[in-house]
Design a protein around this ligand. Structure first.
Ligand code: GDP
Ligand code: MN
Length: 391
């Protein structure tokens, strides 16, 4: 689960991480009030920041600095409601429904900090770089030596010595080292206690008077641990998520929208991956990843169908089921009911195997609906690719 910058800063502040003074605003009236308050409290200027679940906002025109109240109000008016396009939103962009308005900081240097899971090592890695304020993916690709890394032993935790090594690598002043060590350790503590899966401070800044601040903050969480954190779970903003994915999550379906034309309905994540591969292999492209789970009910299957069909790009549906806990006849009954109720008008190709497969085939045949059934996974994939191509 992703959250907004202002929410991440709220969490980090509780751990003693320094963030600029500011508040979020969801309406223009709120924005005016925050701007007035910050200037009244002596801010030399404010920065108006679009709150969307994507980075690259600065380049896309979603982060504007203002020296006066009038300018700040103008920026708020322009950014609130705009469709912000960044390299992370895709060409359709994301509508800005919220702002974060903060006091400006006297930036001296822009640095980078990040904590991610290194899947090869099976450990967390704390990263730091002097190349802050830029796209870290680009830095990693072009000048990987510019990123310093400390791998964290889960049994020992993030050592002060490691934090110190990174602080020196960033070229911080001797007087800032101890402060930086505390800062980095607080980030690590927040990451662990919140069951985060990613934490990124880009830029992490030094100010002209020697201070250290998190000027931007990105935090994502492990969905499987959210049950332990009702306060974090409450930060979810479904307006930022793909509507079909939100719908799928209501029925405990693991659905990820992709941009191909062949919808897939599969039970089990491994089979779903293999199905996407074989569609690709047969010359097609999957419209989604969908795992209905091992024990899908007829109701879930109907909802899954609805979700697949609401995707306008879908030209054919491939149902690939290995009946284990989910009996094939029960699936077939669900598919027939859904196809009838929803007036499905795209070709459906099935590949069925496992428990009660004969009964399942019978249900399909007796339905009188036009299903194509492939004998093997490969044959079914070829059939569905041909069907999607209009053959
Ligand atoms: P992102 O583009 O989505 O990563 O948004 P950021 O929060 O990182 O902001 C982008 C850039 O705006 C930063 O790298 C800074 O250069 C600039 N910026 C953000 N806040 C301030 C501020 O308070 N003062 C100044 N001068 N620049 C800022
Ligand atoms: Mn940033």
């Amino acid at each position: 689960m992703k959250i907004h910058e202002y929410q991440a800063k709220g969490i980090l502040a509780k751990y003693g991480v320094a963030v600029p003074k500011g508040e979020e605003a969801a309406t223009f009236e709120d924005a005016i009030a925050v701007v007035r308050k910050l200037f009244a409290e002596g801010a030399p200027g404010v920065v108006v920041k679009a709150q969307i679940h994507a980075g690259g906002r600065g380049k896309g025109g979603g982060v504007k600095v203002a020296k006066t109240r009038e300018d700040a109000e103008l920026h708020s008016k322009n950014i609130l409601g705009m469709t912000l396009v960044t390299h992370q939103t895709g060409p359709q962009g994301q509508k800005v429904q919220r702002l974060l308005i903060e006091e400006t900081a006297a930036i001296e240097r822009e640095l980078y900090l990040g904590i991610v899971l290194d899947r090869t090592e099976g450990k967390l890695v704390f990263m730091a770089s002097q190349a802050g304020g830029m796209e870290i993916e680009e830095v990693a690709a072009k000048t990987p030596e510019a990123i310093f890394k400390e791998t964290i032993d889960p049994a020992v935790g993030f050592g002060a010595w490691q934090a110190r090594k990174l602080a020196f690598a960033l070229g911080l002043k001797p007087t800032q080292i101890n402060h930086a060590v505390t800062f980095f350790q607080s980030l690590y503590k927040a990451f662990i206690e919140a069951d985060a899966s990613l934490l990124e401070i880009n830029p992490f800044i030094t100010t002209t008077d020697g201070g250290l601040f998190a000027l931007d903050a990105k935090m994502t969480f492990d969905d499987n641990a959210l049950f332990r954190h009702p306060d974090i779970k409450a930060l979810r903003d479904v307006a930022e998520e793909d509507p079909l994915e939100v719908e799928a999550s209501k029925y405990a379906l693991n659905y990820i929208k992709l941009d191909g034309t062949i919808a897939c309905m599969v039970n089990g994540a491994g089979l779903a991956m293999a199905t996407m591969d074989i569609i690709q292999y047969a010359g097609g492209s999957p419209a989604n990843f969908l795992d209905v789970g091992g024990g899908a009910t007829q109701e879930q299957i109907e909802h899954a169908f609805e979700i697949l069909l609401s995707d306008k790009n879908v030209k054919a549906i491939f149902i690939n089921i290995f009946g284990g806990i989910l009996r094939v006849d029960r699936l077939a009954t669900g598919v027939v009911a859904a196809a009838r109720n929803l007036h499905v008008n795209v070709p459906i190709v099935l590949r069925l195997e496992g428990t009660n497969v004969e009964e399942g085939r019978k249900v399909l045949k007796e339905s009188g609906l036009n299903f194509q059934v492939g004998a093997t996974m490969k044959e079914a994939a070829e059939m569905v690719v041909a069907a999607a191509a209009g053959a």
